[in-house]
Design a protein. Sequence first.
Length: 67
Amino acid sequence: MTKFFKDILYWHFGWETGLIPVLAILSVLFVVVMTTNCIVRLHVLYRYILDDLNHHNHHNHHESMMS
């Protein structure tokens, strides 16, 4: 099966040039996934901090002392 794909790649544009776009696409996908992951984490953290701040603002000291 792999030999078949290699033959197609050779036939179209040679193995090296066949690999370049694949690697490029994979690296772009990797970067996108990592960036999305970071944004999601930051967003969650931001929301958590905001909720925490709101929580402290609404119920003064007394509640934070209890917890």
